[in-house]
Ligand binder design. Structure first.
Ligand code: F6R
Length: 604
């Protein structure tokens, strides 16, 4: 996820900007840049890759005295990670940095292009600075031009803009993306995407709310709310530890990442869910021409997303779908047919086994698609096409938000292919799109849910093992629940299809066998219920997760009544993630860095 910094003051502007960006590295980025305005003179620097590249480029740039500056680390969403696409973006006399996605950028860009404006980048962000400069010519003040610009932007943004017309001012706006303003004792103003860059510089902070905007100068802070009413800033004290600031108040990165799923799923949807179907700007619809099968290949959590997706592709797009574990696929001498689209799913884009299968598919002449969280990763560079999940960097080794965004993309993709193959009625498509829009809401963690799971977790520290069971897409979710538990609690757990228990594993049932049963209302509820009753009759300890009360369970996590099984899927996913995390906490394990595991597995 992109990171933003900004500075108005008389200290070392370059150092403050670069140190701030360094503190935001944990958010993930693939290029970075800064722009500094002193009197009438703008200096700017951009570099692809690590921040050190930018540090080297700016080695001889050492401005002294009063200056304003803006800086940015970019996590590519529109356009490749290149210097031209890196922020700040330049107009004739102004610079902008932006975090988020401007959903209607194409429409604005078309208008500006028709007016003769020249664009240098492929980003959505560049429209902001050109729109501002257009209004600079017609509006009475630069701030009016900024307000008029904001009024046209749809989507999510945190924006900082500096202009030669007011060389002591930074304009700011926040809507859906994070931005904080820190104030030092010296009256310096420092902006950042999270607390960490402000620690050591600012005394008080202003956590901006959505819809707020305004400007800062050395002597002023003007703040307006979403109704354009001037408001008094309400300042708070800063946390003191940088690591805890990066965790944004959560105990672990995993916890933070579970809580931010709603936001990253919204980001993943931006510009893609449209009125009558799904739009992937990055896909050429011809990718699906002459395709009769989709083969999905991945490892670990990404494999579970692939397995769940195979149900969706067959159900909605009526296309044959098969799923492969990458490490197995590599050596099984598979038959690869040219009418198969080969889809690799990977958070990192670097997993060795998955990467090899991609190479195999390419060599066999298949069309390839990668669903990945990291632009410019080896897989994204190799595949014919790629769709980026927009989860931002995932620091917890146990994957949570990456899985959530993979599932979001895969559900959208199944509908995209369904439209292409004309397999859903208009009415059914609208219902699916409406349900998709509800996903960010379904993954919000409530205090009640978290507290309930925290209390329950104390009962699950012993026993001779866990079975996570579910049917249909809830079977891959059960696999994922079991994997999360194994990874961070080191307890034995298995995921199983509910209907398979009686074919063997039920022999293990006794009070020390713990069954976590996924019982959604809208997917084979009665069937799942019978399977759980069979286990309950044999005295297995049951924890049921369901919106429907179930009296045969020892413990019960009640989910909300939702009208689509996929919304139940997403809500149950959160419950499973929290359950593993709380058990791990009670066992005293390292939640973020479990033993023996690495975040990116680049060896076979
Ligand atoms: C589990 C987890 C791993 C990864 C697997 C594949 O929490 O993170 O199972 O899913 O190593 O990694 P990617 O998705 O990067 O290819």
């Amino acid at each position: 996820m992109c990171g933003i910094v900004g500075y108005v003051g008389k200290h070392k502007v370059k150092d403050i900007l670069l140190e701030g960006l360094k503190e935001l590295e944990y958010r993930g980025y693939d290029s970075a840049g800064i722009a500094v305005l002193q009197e009438d003179n703008f200096s700017f620097y951009k570099a692809v890759g690590k921040l050190d590249n930018l540090v080297q480029k700016t080695a001889d740039f050492n401005p002294e005295g009063f200056a304003i500056g803006i800086g940015h680390t970019r996590w590519a969403t529109h356009g490749k990670p290149t210097e031209l696409n890196a922020h700040p973006h330049l107009g004739e006399s102004s610079y902008v940095v932006h975090n988020g996605i401007i959903e209607n950028y194409q429409e604005i860009k078309n208008r500006l292009l028709a007016d003769g404006v020249r664009f240098l980048s492929q980003t959505d962000t560049e429209v902001i600075v050109h729109l501002f400069e257009k209004y600079l010519k017609s509006e009475p003040t630069p701030f009016d031009a900024f307000k008029k610009t904001l009024a046209e932007l749809e989507g999510a943004y945190a924006v900082l803009l500096a202009t030669k017309s007011l060389p002591d001012t930074i304009f700011f706006a926040k809507n859906g993306s994070p931005m904080i303003l820190g104030l030092s004792e010296d009256n310096e103003k420092i902006f950042a995407s999270s607390d960490a860059p402000l620690i050591g510089h600012a005394k008080d902070v202003l956590y901006l709310d959505d819809g707020e905007y305004g400007y800062v100068t050395p002597t002023e802070l003007q703040l307006f709310d979403k109704n354009d009413k001037a408001v008094q800033p309400s300042l708070s004290a800063l946390p003191t530890s940088k690591l805890s600031a990066q965790k944004e108040g959560f105990r672990f990165f995993m916890e933070k990442e579970i809580y931010e799923q709603s936001v990253v799923i919204s980001d993943t949807f931006l510009g893609r869910i449209q009125d009558t179907g799904i739009h992937f700007e990055e896909l050429d619809p011809a990718l699906f021409d002459d395709i009769n099968e989709i083969k999905l290949c991945a490892c670990g959590t990404s494999f579970h997303a692939a397995l769940a997706a195979s149900y969706l592709f067959e159900r909605y797009a009526k296309i044959r779908s098969s799923v492969e574990i990458a490490s197995e696929f590599r050596y099984k001498e598979p038959l690869l047919m040219k009418d198969t689209l080969f889809v690799v799913i990977s958070q990192s884009g670097e997993t060795a086994d998955s990467l090899e299968t991609l190479k195999m598919a390419k060599e066999a002449g298949l069309k390839t698609l990668v669903i990945c969280n990291v632009d410019n990763s080896s897989m994204v560079r190799l595949a014919d096409a790629s769709i980026l999940t927009r989860a931002g960097i995932e620091k917890g080794v146990a994957s949570t938000k990456a899985f959530a965004t993979q599932m979001s993309v895969l559900w959208m993709l199944s509908l995209y292919v369904a439209k292409k193959r004309d397999t859903l009625s208009d009415e059914e498509m609208l219902h699916q799109l409406q349900s998709l829009r509800e996903v960010p809401n379904s993954v919000k963690v409530t205090d009640t849910l978290h507290e309930k799971i925290r209390r329950l977790s104390k009962r699950y520290l012993h026993g001779h093992g866990f079975f996570f069971i579910g049917r249909d897409v809830f079977f891959p979710l059960a696999l994922e629940g079991a994997l999360k538990l194994k990874e961070i609690t080191y307890l034995h757990a298995e995921g199983y299809p509910s209907g398979e228990m009686k074919h063997g594993p039920i022999a293990m049932a006794d009070p020390d066998l713990i069954t976590i049963a996924l019982m959604p209302k809208h997917m084979l509820y009665e069937k799942a219920k019978s399977n759980v009753e069979e286990l309950s009759a044999r005295d297995s300890t049951i924890c049921a997760i369901s919106p429907i009360e179930f009296d045969k369970a020892d413990d019960f996590i009640k989910t909300h009544q939702r009208d689509h099984y996929m919304l139940e899927f997403f809500e149950m996913m959160v419950a499973l993630q929290l359950l593993s995390m709380e058990i791990s906490v009670r066992l005293g394990n390292d939640v973020d860095m479990p033993r023996n595991l690495a975040k990116s597995v680049t060896v076979e």
